[in-house]
Design a protein around this ligand. Structure first.
Ligand code: XMP
Length: 315
């Protein structure tokens, strides 16, 4: 596609103009937008760019290794910072969803700020897209949605200049550019994943053992979606862990264990969503695997709420 190739050439020129010899830092998460923004900027300024991949201990099963593998394969200059201890300590005893977001946000900024200073960064690269720009202009109640922002407030606090090379683009264009830049399919196809990670998919307090239960259940759900060719058909899918126990029976023994909720939605931009009409046989198969394989879970439910009035995430 010549239009996209043209965009790449033009952007590389613009980035070089704007950055000069200064250093640029970027929070890498493995998401589509930040990865494509990074690949583009890397072409323009090489090792004057550094990616910081913060492992906050709230990632999915195998995710840190997987994402790191992609960054390595693309030769990205990046540094992984394992801060999971710090995040989990600060989340101890915290139940309120917005409070969890605040704590994770602040801790993230703290970790990132330190790395940025060490590197001597003067600019911050972000994978902002056109819909994000429109949203933060205050259209359609976007204020509320944007408490979500991973690194909101970061540039102001650190007096970094913003670099947003994707701000004229829509998601499908970003995917196309990513493909042209050699970003692996595995990244381009990924469902959105919230900045606070599994912390907002464990309802209530976040505990290490619950993270492990959720990771196993979620991994089964995602693995089966891929196997059945359904992963690319839904906009986002995940498991949540409820803070209640329910009664079950295993053989002739009564059990009293946790409940896992499965969520899969069809959407265009995440602003509204419908629950995905996944085949019954598929749901049945996933339910069986989760209850048989994940210790501590004896019940699985499928979320049939639309957004609005529900949200996509449970917190
Ligand atoms: P909701 O739950 O608001 O989610 O319907 C809409 C989309 O936003 C994602 N989401 C977040 N992303 N930080 C993020 O970076 C957050 O705090 C956050 N909360 C929700 C959600 O996964 C969905 O794609």
């Amino acid at each position: 596609n010549w239009q996209m190739e043209d965009f790449i050439e033009r952007s590389i020129e613009e980035i070089r103009q704007k950055v000069g010899n200064k250093k640029v830092i970027c929070a890498l998460s493995g998401g589509v937008d930040s990865t494509v923004a990074f690949a583009l900027t890397y072409r323009a300024i090489g090792n004057n760019l550094l990616g910081i991949f913060v492992d906050h201990g709230l990632l999915r099963k195998g995710e840190a290794q997987e994402v790191e593998g992609y960054f390595r394969a693309m030769n990205f200059p990046f540094k992984k910072v394992d801060a999971s201890r710090l995040f989990l300590e600060r989340l101890e005893g915290v139940e309120d969803p917005e409070e969890k977001r605040r704590i994770i946000g602040h801790t993230f900024i703290e970790v990132f700020e330190r790395e940025s200073r060490d590197f001597g960064a003067e600019l911050l690269l972000q994978g902002t897209l056109y819909p994000d720009v429109v949203e933060s202009a205050g259209i359609e109640g976007a204020q509320v949605i944007k408490t979500h922002h991973n690194v909101g407030g970061l540039p102001e606090r650190m007096s970094l200049e913003l670099l947003e090379p994707l701000r004229e683009l829509f998601k499908d264009e970003v995917r196309e550019i990513g493909k042209l830049l050699g970003v692996p399919e595995g990244i381009l196809r990924r469902h959105p994943f919230p900045g606070p990670g599994l912390a907002i998919r464990i309802l209530g307090e976040v505990k290490e053992e619950d993270l492990n239960i959720l990771r196993e259940a979620d991994a089964i759900f995602i693995e089966e979606l891929k196997k059945w060719g359904l992963y690319d058909k839904v906009w986002q899918a995940f498991a949540v862990l409820l803070p209640v126990k329910s009664v079950g029976v295993m053989g002739d023994v009564r059990t009293y264990e946790r409940v896992v909720g499965l969520r899969a939605v069809d959407s265009v931009d995440g602003m509204t969503a419908d629950w995905s009409k996944l085949p019954y046989e598929f749901l049945d198969h996933v339910m069986r695997r989760i209850i048989n394989e994940v210790k501590g879970v004896n019940r699985v439910v499928y979320d049939i709420s639309s957004k609005p009035p529900a949200t996509i995430e449970w917190e």
